[in-house]
Each structure stands twice: as structure tokens, then as C-alpha cells.
Ligand binder design. Sequence first.
Ligand code: SF4
Ligand code: SF4
Length: 637
Amino acid sequence: MASKKRDRINYLRGILQWTILVLLVYMLVRPLADKSYFADFEANCPFGGMQALMSYLSAGSLACSMTTVQIGLGLALLAGVLLFAKLFCSYICPIGTFTEWLATLGRRLKVHITLKGFVDRDLRILKYALLFFTVYFSVTSSELFCRTFDPYFAVVSGFGTDVVLWYAIPALLLTVVGSFFIRQFWCKYICPLGAITNIAVYALPVAALALIWVILNKLMGDAIHWSWLLGAICLTGFILEATTLRFLIFPPLRIVRNAKICTGCKICDKKCPMAINISSVDKVQDIDCHLCTDCIVKCPEAGALTINRRWPKWLPALLTVVLIALALLISNKYEIPTITERWASSDELNSATVFEMDGLKNIKCFGSSRSFANHMKEVPGVLGIETFVKHHRVKVLYNNSLIDEQGVKKAIFSPVSEFFSLPVPGHTRVSVYTIGIDRCFDPNDQYYLTALLYQQNGILGFQTHFGEPVEASIYFDDKVITPEQINKAIEQREIVLGEGADRIQQSLNFKVNTNQKAIDSLTVSKLLNVFYQETDITFNFFEKYSPGQLGVWEKTFVQASFPEMQDWIPYLISHTSNDDGIVRFSIVFTDAGPLLRLIFVKSMTSAEKISKLVKESDLQVHFPDGKTEKVKNPFRI
Ligand code: SF4
Ligand code: SF4
């Protein structure tokens, strides 16, 4: 005889859901205390993984910053549906948890309704349409399109840069309001990941569609674009879901009711988050069931509801944990390349030598991988590359009769050249300190090293050159800072950048290698020549005039040594050319700093007119497309 149960709380499900929420909160608050921590809220998103996989299968590259971990989790989700049940929706999905809580609140306030009939069926097309557009745009752009509107990403990223407010705010409002008033609004009608899970439930017809597409494409010479297959799969998923509202073959684990024990109290119907009518069926076949086991837990009659008559109610929670652990374990071991590019013949590739390098932090997404490939394509002897963003790793295939390993490393290396400032007036000589610096091969590291040196008084400029260790030339004013102080600054273990909300704290690990140490000195004009080129441009028929007809207008022009002003100099050239009497524009470097020198025709203009012209509040600039515009004059000459 069956016994009455006391257990009414689904502890296991609650523990898993709360674990995910606590992890998310931890990721949200940790950056407040640890500025070097970057919270990647998509790192474990199976939906991103599914999009990345589709992108990889169709375009041979991974979308955005997606890694094998996301793909592994996406595949675990599919395997979960095919082998067991829709476990992710029930035990992991943070949006599912949140919208379920909203639904409970709506029910308590008696404003919650369950959509039925054709409204319930027809609205389900929304999630398939969303799935189609999300996958289509993600694959064609190699960016995760769902980021633009995903309410989860919008909230956890604090409406970050990839979020499009016009999409994300209505999506968030719709999710919150809809879930409050309508039973499982998000899961049933909106969630594209829910659409993928249901498509997995209909794996056999979907596999048949894919097979037909492959055969037709073979016969027609790849004439049918993959987007037709995607559209057909989404439409089939919707039609099967709307017409049957049932599982077909998958998933194998189902809730089964023992009519001999069941008393017909209907508590299970009331407690089912998906509003499934359990008390009137022997086996739950409803497509919305995600095996949360709430019905088993809340049923007062032990044994009235079971999983396939024999499995314990904790099995789905255990399977969820095992699947995730396996996915993380396997995907951390094997990494799919973000991009694979080969630009040599198969003969050359077969005899290629492979060079691998880890820790290139600037290899962090599809875009940076693309730039890396474009750069390496220009290097003679390099035949192809692969990038792996999770470990910031690159694999370079090269012809060792054209380039050696050192040459490949040199090609990967991106040198830095940054001018900071002129020495204080009166200091006419500059010292240059050359040293090796360990652990600064990567452009990201060089960025922090540059920022660190910029913060030191007396350092005037900085350059890196390829070497092992990387060779750095530090230009400094020896009356303000010494080489020992520079060494100490480079070896500090942390740098703080920005202020307020933008403040970041970055750990550093540079080591000065003084084996190749050298100290030299140079003049200020030579220092400027290291970082900039002097400017000398003629216009307004300069060659027509003899030296006797020309006058010289000169002014010190310190702003010409400011890195941020370099892009404005062509605007000033264009502006000065508006005076037909000015025929030559030069910036020359002297030991007192840069000098602006304008050559003018004495009979056409004057030094006074020129002084007025360069001080005008707006620069009148002529652009190559023939347009003329006024821009604010940023110079103080
Ligand atoms: S299965 Fe359990 S909760 Fe549902 S009607 Fe029967 S006894 Fe009640
Ligand atoms: S039928 Fe049971 S297991 Fe399925 S969703 Fe409803 S409560 Fe959860």
C-alpha cells in the first residue's frame, strides 16, 4: 500500500537553480572588488554555443569570442534532450527560473492566465522566427546577433556595447510583463533556445530534412543556400509543435502516472509550472514538459507519479550535473579553432612546418583572429594559420625554406612606438635606456607596459623591438628619473587605470632583463625624429616663385609633438592653403621643439594675415571628395 509523503519542496531543482543564480551574482559583484576580473556571462551559454557551432559548420569559423566550451555545453543540451529530457530548461536556465518566479507572483496576485487553443498554438511560431533570424544573422556576420536583444545578456552586461537598446528594452519589458501575466510566456513563445530543444525532440524529421538538403545540393551543385534548410527546420519544428503539442520519439524519460495510486486530487496539475494536465493522462507526452519533477515532489501519493515507472525523482538533476561536468571536461581538453585559413597549395601545406604560440591575449575573438590572419597573409613563407581564442593560441603553418621560426615569431610580434612628451624647457638632451623585458610579447601586455611608463614622471617615449626577451628603448629625462627607478616601475605588480566606474586594476608580471642594457643620449630634435616625420608640403604653385619673392613665417609648435594632435595636422595644412599667398607648409624639429614654418609670397599675403589665419576659431578644410567643411580649430599657435 502506498504511503503519504511529506516532501513538498523540490530541493534538488532549487539547489541547481540557486547555484546558477548565485554564480551569476558573484560574477556581477566580483568586479567591484577585483578590477582585473572580467565577467564573461556568455562563457557558458549553450545557445551561443549552438550558434557558434552552426557558424563553424557553415563558414568554417567560430562566431565572435565563442569557444569550444560553449559548443560543448550546446551539444550537452542536445544530447540531454535526445537521451533524457529537456534538462537545461528546467534546471539551469536563469531566464526560466526568473520567469517562473514572476509567474508565481502573478498567480498569487490572481492576474496570471494560461493561454489555450489556437492562441497558444499560433504564438509558438515567435520563438522559431526568432531562432531563424538569430542564427541567420549570427552566421552571416560572425557576431552573436542574440546579444543585440537578449534580455539576459542586456541585464548581466548592464546594457553593454553589443546591446541594441531599441531591441533589448522592448524584449526585456515583454519578457517581464508577459511572464507576469501569461503562463510560461518566455519558454513557450519567445525563447529561441526552447525552439532548438523542441527541434531536437523532433530529431528524426529534422534529420530527414537535412538529408534531403544534402542530396539536393549534391545533385544541383550546392545551389540551395543553408538558410533554406534553416528555414525549413524552423518551420517544421513549429508545425510539429503546434499540431501535436506532444513529444514524438524523444526524449525517452517521461512522467508516468499510476492510476491505481492516484486519487485524482489534481495537485500535480496546479503545481506544474508548464500548466500540463497530468492527472488525466497515463504518460506525460506534452512538448512543454521539461522533467522538473515538481509534479512528483508535490504529489501527496508516493508512487503515483514516477519517471518511466522505475527511475528516482533525483535522476534528472543528477543527469544535468553529469552532462555539464562532462561537457566542461571534454571541451576544456579539445579546442575548435576560431578560424582556420590556408592560402597555399595542398602540396605546400603537406610539407609545412607548424609553429604554435600560447598566451597572445589579443587573440580574443573572431575579429582579432581575422586581423591576425590578414596580417600573416602578407608575410612571405607563411602558408596558413589557426587561432584558438580560449587559450589565446595561434598555430602558424610556414615554409621553412622561406622563413624560420624566429621570422614567424617576429611577424607575430607587434612593436609599440609611443611618444609621451618633450623634456621640460631648457633640458636639451634626452637619455635612451635599452633593456630586455620578459613577458611583454603580447600587444595587451605592451599596452599595459606603455600605460605604466606613461604614469612615470620624466619618461618621454617608449618603443619595443622584436627580441627574446622583447627589447625596449625608453627615452627619459635623466634629471627627473633614473634607470633604476625605471626598472622598479616596470617590475611593479599592478597598475590602476581610469577613475570612478572606469577604474581597472591590472596585475602585471614584467621582468627587466639587463643583459642587453645600454644607455645613450640624443638631442630633442633627434628624439622627435625617432617618433615622427617632419612635414614639408608645397601648394598654390610654389614652384612659380623665386626665392626673392618669398618670405618665411615661423612659430614654435609644441602641439605637433602631441600624439593626439597628429591627425589634425592635415586639417591645418588644408586651412593654410586657403590663403593663395601661402605656398609651403613645414613642421621642422629643433632642439627647442617642433617649429611651424610657412613660406609665403610677400606680394600676396603678410605675416600678420598668416598669424590671424592660424588662430581662427574654425579651420576651413577641403576633403578629397570635393567637400569643404568648417571644423573647430584645436591648435593654439
Ligand atoms: S498524480 Fe498525484 S497530484 Fe496528480 S492527481 Fe494524482 S494524486 Fe493528485
Ligand atoms: S509534467 Fe511534471 S515534470 Fe513535466 S513540467 Fe510539469 S511538473 Fe515538471
